[in-house]
Write a protein that binds this ligand. Structure first.
Ligand SMILES: [Zn+2]
Ligand SMILES: [Zn+2]
Length: 139
């Protein structure tokens, strides 16, 4: 069954929908993600670009290339970090979603969060098993 996830930025000018469950959920601790989020790490999940639909506010989306091949997308009005993607090479047809911007508040969201959290636990295990440096290199 296909699940739909909706998300929005802090000011709600931008809203989006994911047509599939985010995969490869991870916490990125690289310095760029820390600065981009103003937090100790950033939690992302990835979906194919074709599975992201901007419902409102596409004109508010601003981009910043934090490195030669990485494009970060955020709200020009409130600064919410929304997505990052590779502009070239492997996985350039995928988008990583800042999971904190998902709007999960219905009771059914509980089930979805549990599924996402099990992926997060896996990501934490990867970090614990010394994959942190490798993960940091994604960005
Ligand atoms: Zn906004
Ligand atoms: Zn990062």
């Amino acid at each position: 069954m296909t699940e739909v996830y909706q998300g929005s930025c802090l000011c709600t000018a931008i809203s989006y929908e994911l047509l599939t469950t985010p995969k490869a959920v991870s916490h990125c601790h690289c310095s760029q993600c820390r600065k981009g989020h103003g937090a100790a790490f950033a939690s992302y999940g990835s979906v194919p670009r074709s599975a992201v639909q901007i419902l409102n506010g596409a004109g508010h989306i601003t981009t910043y290339s934090s490195s030669e091949s990485v494009l970060r997308e955020f709200c020009a009005q409130c600064g919410s970090t929304l997505f990052w993607s590779r502009s070239q090479g492997e996985f350039s047809d995928w988008v990583s979603i800042a999971l904190g911007t998902l709007d999960l508040h219905a009771s059914e969201a509980k089930t979805r969060l549990c599924r996402l959290q099990s992926s997060l636990v896996y990501a934490i295990q990867l970090i614990a098993s010394d994959r942190l440096t490798t993960m940091g290199r994604f960005c």
